[in-house]
Design a protein around this ligand. Sequence first.
Ligand code: NOJ
Ligand code: MG
Length: 569
Amino acid sequence: MLRETVLVCAIIGALSAPQSSSPCSCSDETEEWWRDSFIYQIYPRSWKDSDGDGIGDLNGITSKLSHLKDLGVSGLWLSPVFTSPMVDFGYDIANFTDIDPIYGNLDGLTKLTAKAHSLNLKVILDWVPNHSSDEHPWFAKSIEGIKPYDEYYVWKDALIVNGTRQPPNNWLSVFLGSAWEWNERRQQYYLHQFAVRQPDLNYRSAALRKEMEDAILFWVARGIDGFRIDSLAYVYEDAKFRDNPVVNYGLPADDPDRLATTYTKDLPETYDLLQTWRDLLDAQGGSKKILLTEVYTTLPLQIKYYHYGSNVPFNFMFVVGLNNQSTALDFKRSIDEWTNSMPKGDYVANWVVDNHDNKRTSARFGIQRADQIGMLASILPGIGVLYNGDEIGMEDTPISWKDTVDTQGCSAGPDRYAQYSRDPERTPFQWDNSTSAGFSTSPTTWLPVNSNYKTVNLEAEKLDPRSHYSVFKKLVAAKKLPAISKGSSEVILATENVLSVIRRLSDSPPVVLLINFLNTPVTVDAAAWLNIPQTLRVYTSSVGSRIPTDVELNTTKLTLPGAASVILH
Ligand code: NOJ
Ligand code: MG
């Protein structure tokens, strides 16, 4: 899990709003292509390698876009493909307006975008405003004190304690250890909230803000449909550089969870900065651009992003808020809290299934429950966000310390790397049962292919109506069912251990999701408890549940196998 303070499901007091949500009255629904759809995250290093170097690339992605068309998602978000020394695999950017040669070039991105658009798929780039790479030319000029670059980063004098030099305060990096690094040449410390080689940019510099706006416009001019904004909550830090309060005395001195992030994250100015980017994009005319914001924070601070231009303030409740210890009631409470907190008006909820920073769903909830979160993201109102591999039930791949390459894993050291490394969820996509799972012609790849690829792969799953792929295809398609795009929504416990979501639209049968939180079978009179018809058809069911699809079930005496999820309609 990304080492950030996680309070996704903050208790926000007694909630009195009704459980059902009414259909929205959106003014420009057609422009907002992302409503009622799934968006798909591609981790470019791991999706498709076209040149046999064992690392994925843009031409590879372009060659496989038909997969996304088949799956039925509305758009793809590419994790960073910009010039980078790859200390954090692209989240350390040395040129905000060019493509790294590992991935291709600008022409390759133009071709990718054109091909995607021809398939009616939108293209979202990752926008990483908080930091650059230390190899960005701005950083060298900042070290030299050349104006205006001298203020592009966050520099601070050392503290001298008993004659020895120390960092200016106690701030810790998300990737462990002090967030300050001494620079001999400038004779000052610079701030890095992430890796040492990811110096934080200084948004109190107007010149820096202008540079970043120009970079945004560069991509807009190249036909990009929007941005996923990385680590947004870290862009500002306390101007007085006050120490963060210690809250977890038991944790090691280098562990960021030891401190609250009072002075390094979630500062109010963050919202105003986001609004400037929203306004900038809106002022360009043309099609409306989507902004997705990556912030792990409290529910109220998350919801606030809607009011400052985010269309998709990532809802990470299924990724970090809930886990395999959570009960059906925990799920209900968290979902209701989010739904009840949604601002009134043209706003749309979102449900993140997975991403490249956290263990995969199958690892978080167990392989038997690999489809459960996708099912929730499908039936709940709004947008679902998938991570590549979810649709085929990919699993985390064990990686030894020796083979660990993720900076967060490496900085944790051999004893703790397994807890911190994000390598296991980043291994190559499994296309078929050929060499390197069809990801690359090279038998060696930047991270090893999961050994289960002979059976867990797209080609095999396409032929199997009981595969994860067959389930996910239906989940993506379900977003367009009228009851799901327009109906009311209720989250109800059918029994203490059976969570259900019901979408109703007048004059048509409801769509109903049931999830058995026990690992043993449960029989329930769903018709009575949920007020649904006494017979409904199976739309799809989790792999392993053995519930056949397209049969009619008697809902008055419905038996759900252990860990099963099923959608009825
Ligand atoms: C969040 C990204 O998702 C993660 O992969 C990265 O390491 C940090 N931000 C720093 O950019
Ligand atoms: Mg910052």
